[in-house]
Design a binder for this molecule. Structure first.
Ligand code: ASP
Ligand code: MG
Length: 411
């Protein structure tokens, strides 16, 4: 017997037909003798619809009331799944966030502070199945709270950690984590195993299968996560702590290629060569809560000026430019250039730790195709380059091949 959290995303819950199918998967897991808690999302599109209602009601709205509105999507699907399971003769019941409770730190983008599992223990003792709405919790004042968009993944992982589950299965509309976006590279392969660290890097650079926060949480509790399809009955991708033994030896050095179009490039022209100039640029950006990622500075000859290039999320570009305009005269750079037609490509893999030449291969492969590199960053398990956006598909494809990730290379 195992203790399992099953989480179903919005497409899996979109309509009674699909909920019935989800119920059959829950039933199967329960009939294997497992203790099962189910976390559900709202039906696909529902949360967007509810958010839009709030916006239409008032351009500036109270986050407490926003939570009351948007948390309702998950309440509906929880109840419907419980009804469906009961109709199949199973002992299932829904428990809202406040009924456990799932304690949240605040409104609209709350963090989970703790989950009381006493109610769930009683459900399992009575051989029952618990259905819990994702995305919602309750504040210290007893008000409904939500956890930020995509928060149901985090609900599921936090619940699994609190109830010391053996596994958390995330059912979604893709059947696992791929070596790259299969829409760009048809030869992309599904990965059997990926580490938390790799998944965090892949998720943060645009491979959006799971909310990044949920992966960090699973890593902290060493909770095995599985991403799998609710539509196809095939094994998914396991996300684990470490990959040991044979599986490790046969694994590629590079696990996946991710791309992220949501970065914009900023270049400050004519930055004076003096201590404190760079600090005077990034200080105001940090204060404005802007996440600077790649940074490149040319080293000037003594006394001359240099250029400073960095990337910020495209959504923060306008704010960044405003903050920079504010310090332009004081710091003494002459121009702010921006470019949103860029993409960040990343090769990710824990195997990089013990292998040289990964970055060199990336640069050579892109050079072969005459693709210019605008900025570079590396970490222990990642090499990222910024390139013109028009080369996205080509670059992903040639790198996928160069690192031996194409499906036919596997034999
Ligand atoms: N329904 C919420 C959203 O769309 C939470 C989730 O599904 O993860 O953001
Ligand atoms: Mg989601």
């Amino acid at each position: 017997m195992a203790r399992i959290v099953m989480k179903f995303g919005g497409t899996s819950m979109a309509g009674i037909e699909r909920i019935r199918h989800v119920a059959s998967l829950v039933k199967r897991e329960a009939e294997r003798g497992n203790e099962v808690a189910v976390v559900v999302s709202a039906m696909a599109g529902e949360t967007d619809r509810l958010v839009q209602f709030c916006r239409e009601a008032a351009s500036v709205y109270d986050p407490r009331e926003y939570d009351v509105v948007v948390a309702s999507g998950e309440q509906v699907t929880s109840g419907l799944l419980a009804i469906t399971l009961q109709g199949m003769g199973l002992n299932a019941r829904s428990y809202m966030g406040w009924q456990l409770p799932i304690r949240a730190s605040g409104h609209a983008t709350g963090l989970i502070e703790g989950i009381d599992v006493a109610v769930l223990e009683r459900v399992f003792d009575a051989a029952g199945i618990a259905i819990i709405p994702g995305f919602q919790g309750v504040t210290i004042d007893g008000a409904l709270a939500t956890l930020g968009r995509g928060g149901s993944d985090t609900s599921a992982v936090a619940l699994a950690a609190a109830m010391k589950a053996d596994r958390c299965d995330i059912y979604t509309d893709v059947d696992g984590v791929y070596t790259t976006d299969p829409r760009i590279v048809p030869k992309a392969r599904k990965l059997d195993l990926v580490t938390y660290e790799e998944m965090l890097e892949l998720a943060s650079v645009g491979a959006k299968v799971l909310q990044t926060r949920s992966v960090g949480l699973a890593m902290r509790y060493r909770l095995p996560l599985q991403v799998l399809s609710s539509f196809e009955d095939v094994p998914g991708t396991m996300i684990v702590d470490d990959i040991l033994g044979e599986a490790h030896m046969e694994r590629n050095v590079v696990t996946g290629i991710a791309h992220d179009r949501n970065e914009a490039r900023v270049t400050l022209v004519g930055l004076p060569d003096r201590p404190g100039a760079v600090a005077a640029v990034f200080g105001p950006l940090a204060e404005a809560n802007i996440n600077v990622d790649m940074i490149v500075q040319s080293v000037p000859r003594a006394g001359e000026k240099s250029d400073l290039t960095f990337t910020v999320p495209t959504a923060s570009l306008a704010h960044s430019v405003a903050a920079l305009e504010g310090v332009k005269a004081d710091v003494g750079f002459t121009e702010i250039l921006t470019d949103t037609n860029v993409v960040k490509l990343s090769a990710v893999g824990v195997g990089m730790r013990s292998n040289a030449g990964i970055a060199a291969k990336m640069f050579a492969t892109l050079a072969d195709r005459n693709i210019n590199i605008l900025a570079i960053t590396t970490s222990e398990i990642k090499v990222s380059v910024l390139i013109p956006e028009e080369y996205t598909e080509l670059a992903v494809r040639v790198l996928h091949t160069a690192y031996g990730l194409d499906a036919e290379d596997e034999a």
